[in-house]
Design a protein around this ligand. Structure first.
Ligand code: HEM
Length: 409
């Protein structure tokens, strides 16, 4: 087995398949300060959980990106819209509590359950569009448009604006991976400003004529003793729904399908009993976590696993590594849709920042597989068309494409 020093976290081959690197860290250096880098990577399940739950010591106010503060030119563009505020992902108590409490009033289990029929309809429409071809590129033709259309519908974006909505979503996420050019960073900031003006107008519409939807609920959300959300705060929250919700769910659907195709017996088992789909989704989240890791900042001098972490240091909590920790998951590298503790994974985080959209993501993935498996039979990989490469990112993991052939049910 390679030693941890053989890997560089940003080397293309490590980003393409980081699991041997994670295994080496868990074994040799569970709290690893990458030579020449100013952060520590936390790779064991128990240590990750400790950091997640200890918000006194570890702050989320680091910006979730690899590069930290954006350059001045980017800030100048952003000044044409509403300046960023720390609301959810990049915020700490006590202020996080106010935002999360208010957003929970809009993003309720009832609201998610209400979306079920429309998610099912969207999934069927997407399959209708390719079923006669006998072949599909699952990422672009299904896994991308499903969550995007669901959230666009939920936010009242007309179908005609979907391509623009998709661009905003991509541009909101792109800077986080830390691997884009300066020009691209400017383009992304322009998209965010466009997004803000579009939704500020929508919020004004809802104030004038309320509807039964998330935007109206955000406007009307109230918590005792707390001020309601301002327009700038709501815009920031809406942007986070795009950033956090689209690419992640896309990546889950694609990687879960590949896992099933690589394990034909388990494919047969889920087909025979669709009741296994929810646990299969948890196992896919565990093994191919769409969010591999995120940053925290130590507020005070502290120590994890015997390693001193000085105040001001950044740490990466590597959920995807914790999810393969043998100390928590027996035979952890093995894909097992019947794993009893699959749901203990950290793919949605833990503690106060636990994923707001987890119930929606789970529902979307469940409906995606119920629809795909009932309508497409004998699904197989198109020979020689798949290279199984992933979008290069230290933070997000997702297949670039997945070419499939199938028979019609
Ligand atoms: C498979 C899909 C998804 C994955 C793997 C995922 C993963 C995560 C993770 C790991 C966190 C915790 C961040 C932290 O600890 O700092 C998080 C938070 C969050 N997620 Fe998700 N997410 C997914 C889908 C969604 C969806 C569909 C939405 C909304 C539409 C969403 C909205 C959010 C928000 C707003 C937060 C911040 C919560 C807070 O800080 O209080 N996510 N997500």
């Amino acid at each position: 087995m390679s030693s941890v020093a053989d890997f560089h976290p940003f080397a293309p081959e490590t980003v393409e398949c980081p699991y041997p690197f994670y295994a080496a860290m868990r074994r040799d250096a569970p709290v690893y300060q990458v030579p020449g880098m100013d952060f520590f990577i936390i790779s064991r399940y128990e240590d990750i959980q400790r950091v997640l739950l200890d918000t006194e010591t570890f702050s989320s106010k680091t910006g979730p990106g690899v590069r930290g503060q954006p350059p001045k030119e980017v800030m100048d563009i952003m000044a044409q819209g509403w300046l960023p505020v720390d609301t959810l992902l990049t915020n700490d108590p006590p202020s996080h509590r106010r935002y999360r409490g208010l957003v929970n009033k809009a993003f309720t289990p009832r609201r998610v359950a209400q979306l079920e029929p429309s998610i099912r309809q969207i999934a069927h429409e997407l399959v209708d569009a390719f079923i006669h071809d006998g072949t599909v590129e699952l990422v672009q033709q299904f896994a991308v448009p499903l969550p995007l259309t669901v959230i666009a519908d939920a936010l009242g974006v007309p179908r005609a604006d979907l391509p623009t909505f998709k661009r905003w979503s991509d541009d909101a996420v792109a800077p986080l991976g830390g691997m884009i050019s300066f020009e691209r960073e400017l383009e992304c900031a322009r998209s965010v400003v466009e997004f803000q003006h579009y939704f500020a107008a929508k919020l004004d519409e809802r104030r004038a004529s309320p509807q039964d939807d998330i935007l109206t609920d955000l406007i009307h959300a109230r918590l005792e003793g707390e001020t309601p959300l301002s327009t700038g705060e709501m815009l920031n929250i809406l942007l986070q729904l795009l950033v956090a919700g689209n690419e992640t769910t896309t990546n889950l659907i694609a990687s879960a399908m590949l896992l099933l195709l690589q394990h034909p017996q388990q494919m047969a088992a889920v087909r025979a009993d669709p009741g296994l789909i929810p646990n299969f989704i948890e196992e896919a989240l565990r093994l191919e976590s769409p969010v591999q890791g995120l940053f925290r900042m130590a507020k005070v001098d502290t120590e994890i696993g015997g390693v001193r972490i000085p105040a001001g240091s950044r740490v990466v909590i590597m959920y995807a590594s914790g999810n393969r920790d043998e100390a928590r998951f027996a035979d952890a590298e093995r894909f097992d849709i019947c794993r009893a503790n699959a749901k203990d994974h950290l793919a949605f985080g833990a503690g106060i920042h636990y994923c707001l959209g987890a119930p929606l993501a789970r529902l979307e993935a469940k409906i995606a597989f119920e629809t795909l498996l009932s309508r497409l039979h004998n699904i197989r990989l198109v020979p020689e068309k798949n290279d199984f490469t992933h979008t290069p990112s230290f933070i997000l993991r997702g297949l670039k494409a997945l070419h499939l052939q199938f028979d019609r049910a």
